[in-house]
Design a protein around this ligand. Structure first.
Ligand SMILES: [Zn+2]
Length: 73
């Protein structure tokens, strides 16, 4: 389980530059940016906040996100 406090301060690395990028936790395993809809997986309780990773899931619908997310290489 990811700590609430950590989630409060995390922002999408793309949108944070414009002071945006609030994330929304989905199924305890994904963080979805409310602004650009990039999706960041939480793997082994660690949010993977990489732009490349967010891009990878951009076109995947929220309902189609794999749970648990695949490991990031
Ligand atoms: Zn974003």
């Amino acid at each position: 389980m990811v700590e609430e406090k950590l989630l409060e301060i995390l922002r999408c690395p793309v949108c944070v530059q414009e002071d945006k990028g609030l994330l929304h936790l989905v199924r305890q395993t994904w963080l979805i940016c409310q602004d650009c809809r990039r999706k960041y997986p939480i793997v082994d309780d660690i949010p993977v906040m990489l732009i490349d990773e967010g891009d990878k899931w951009l076109a995947v619908a929220e309902a189609d996100l794999p749970v648990p997310p695949p490991a990031v290489k």
